[in-house]
Design a protein around this ligand. Sequence first.
Ligand SMILES: Cc1cc2nc3c(=O)[nH]c(=O)nc-3n(C[C@H](O)[C@H](O)[C@H](O)COP(=O)(O)OP(=O)(O)OC[C@H]3O[C@@H](n4cnc5c(N)ncnc54)[C@H](O)[C@@H]3O)c2cc1C
Length: 439
Amino acid sequence: MTQARIPQDDKCNGWYQLLDKPASARRLNSCEDVDWLVIGAGFTGLAAARRVAEIRPGERVMVLDALRVGQGASGRNTGFVIDLPHKRDLEGNNVTRKQKLLALNRAAVSDLGELVTLHGIDCGWSLAGKYQGAVGERGLEYLDHFETLLKNFNYPYRRLERDALEPILGTRHYAAAIFTDNTALMQPAALVRGLAKTLPNNTELFEHTPVVDLSHSGGQWCATTPEGKIRATNLLLGSNIYSQEFGFLKHRVLPVMTFASMTRVLTDKEMALFPTGPHHFGLTPADHAGTTVRLTPDRRLIIRNQYRFVPRYHDDLAERLRIRQGHRDSFDIRYPTLSHVPFIATWGGACGLSRNYTAFFGKVGENAWMSGVHQSVGAARGTISGKLMAELATGQNSSQLADMLAVSGTPALNPPQPFLSLGVKARMKHAAWASRAEL
Ligand SMILES: Cc1cc2nc3c(=O)[nH]c(=O)nc-3n(C[C@H](O)[C@H](O)[C@H](O)COP(=O)(O)OP(=O)(O)OC[C@H]3O[C@@H](n4cnc5c(N)ncnc54)[C@H](O)[C@@H]3O)c2cc1C
């Protein structure tokens, strides 16, 4: 048996560090028979588990995660739940497809918002909208292009120039930005922990329980973990990029890591930089290789940028000093008067891209379904596709499900190594160089 490579996320996730220490993890140490096995407790797996448990209240649903909930990518992102289709999708000519993507993402924003309210999940959830910001000439070109795409799609927006942005963003660094209002912002580790805690009663969650081997025989899925075994009739894969370890979407995924740093809480005096703006905001870069910035409701600034190709899903931790210095430079150029404010955490997280920018949703084998490779916007897409994966697997029929099937495809096959690594690394290096003014 070849052991599957399992997630090895670092222990540095700033969002996770802000949460109360959780009770000890429940680990699987027995052999169990279940109706539904869900691998992965991120946005996708949790949404799938919730929905299948609702549809089949008399059946046993088991969720396994290699880590604690909130330690994977779903708990270490920058907390944007974005309604707009990804830029590549927005660029397409098929208006109906774009409308479907928008409606699906909006359903995710609304589903998550309802769960947050229903269960009182304390994750700073706010429909604050988002700014798409440009610093220099290159960023402005991207921003103009984005504006044209929004106009053509009849999507309402507001464009703001430097003077108007300064009191909101607390910096004169941005030449212009476009504000769109249907994005939710949240604390991702708190959100996924809240979602996991409120799963229906017929769902059991085991953490620190990696699936190291998965096989199918006699009409049953058999998952081996370090101390247990599960036999399951049905399998739902919310394990994203790691699903290729079990042979699904093999050689079709590009595991890419991106990084964030978070400051301590700003003082009242430091908050004077944001005199008239809302006291929190989220800004994504017009040039995708640029920098994401957030001011959180609890007054922390967050910087996210830089990418690494991580075929083994994790990076070299020694590299972090360089990453953090890059974040420091991006921070200081935006907030020179806050250069004394330290970062309390710098972390990385691996997410999935594909060469043709296509996410996967559908059946992958007998009684097995998967949704993943969300092109780095999995908060919305993981949530809605996880729910619909459960509907697909239980034979439901809905226009939302038909739309999800219509907008999904198959990630393109990668070239073999070493050409893959060489090609991706060269492309990333070039993008980072070309976009250096936007960093
Ligand atoms: C720094 C950063 C910023 C980002 N910002 C945003 C953002 O603002 N908005 C947005 O939409 N997206 C953002 N993303 C991307 C987003 O986090 C992902 O798209 C999303 O988390 C994917 O969700 P998922 O549930 O499909 O997969 P994941 O979150 O990757 O969850 C997969 C789970 O499966 C588990 N697993 C894998 N293999 C096994 C195994 N063998 N056994 C048991 N468990 C296993 C993992 O431990 C993990 O918990 C960002 C990502 C990063 C790293």
